[in-house]
Design a protein around this ligand. Structure first.
Ligand SMILES: Nc1ncnc2c1ncn2[C@@H]1O[C@H](COP(=O)(O)OP(=O)(O)OP(=O)(O)O)[C@@H](O)[C@H]1O
Ligand SMILES: [Mg+2]
Length: 216
């Protein structure tokens, strides 16, 4: 069961991070945190692609997890609302508190995964919202590197590689046909100017326009 949507249909690259996540969360992985299951913090600048990479990982390995939940972690209210929702969907009465959802997950004997997305606010004590359960798998995305204290494994998501950057730009900027070699070359130059930064690449203008508007 998943309440997590798919990654972008244009998702590109990030194989290194995806395989690091896969190894970390594999049942064979010996790394566990006795009290809190497995936690992986993906941090980096806004727009680097943290949320998309986490979604892609969960989408690819969905069979492995019996339950997948998305918790928008940008405020305490939002986290509590998500746990309340989980409680209600699992038969608790409307008068239950959000804690019922958290405790329900903590008692699960299955392999669940929660994506705590956009846990950027340093004033939120995220630790109290992590269900204590050693079967659990959690990915936290954050712009805030101090959250790495919550986990044994973390990764900073930076610019894409030049190859990934050009590929992603072409997917957005050339939609009507297979890109030709001139367009590929232009894409490499433009992607470099955009520092191969995911958010900038997906907002790039069509290549034909770029040829006339960008000195590459
Ligand atoms: N690997 C990728 N392939 C395709 N598109 C991507 C990729 N990574 C990011 N994007 C696109 O770039 C934009 C920003 O990505 P995303 O929302 O994942 O960034 P983020 O690091 O979570 O940012 P924020 O800190 O603001 O939440 C989105 O439009 C997303 O679709
Ligand atoms: Mg995000």
């Amino acid at each position: 069961m998943s309440d997590i949507g798919p990654a972008s249909p244009f998702f590109t690259g990030r194989e290194d991070v995806l395989s690091e996540l896969e190894n970390y969360f594999s049942p064979q992985s010996s790394i566990t945190q006795s009290y809190n299951g497995k936690i992986f913090v993906l941090y980096g600048m806004g727009g680097a692609g943290k949320t998309q990479t986490a979604l892609k990982f969960i989408q690819t390995l969905q069979q492995r997890f019996t339950k997948c939940y998305l918790i928008v972690a940008n405020s305490e209210e939002s986290i509590k609302a998500s746990f309340y929702d989980i409680a209600i969907k699992n038969g608790f009465s409307k008068s239950s508190g959000w804690e019922a959802g958290l405790k329900w997950i903590a008692k699960l004997e299955e392999e669940w995964i929660i994506l705590y997305d956009n846990a950027d606010d340093p004033n939120i004590n995220l630790g109290k919202f992590l269900p204590p359960n050693n079967h659990g798998n959690m990915i936290i995305t954050s712009r805030n590197s101090t959250l790495t204290q919550l986990s044994v494994r973390s990764k900073e998501l930076k610019d894409m590689t030049p190859d990934e950057g050009a590929q992603l730009l072409l997917k957005h900027a050339v939609k009507s046909h297979q890109p030709n070699s001139e367009e590929r070359l232009i894409a490499v130059h433009i992607a470099a100017k955009l520092h191969n930064f995911a958010l900038a690449l997906v907002h790039a203008v069509p290549i034909d326009d770029a040829i006339t508007t960008t000195e590459y």
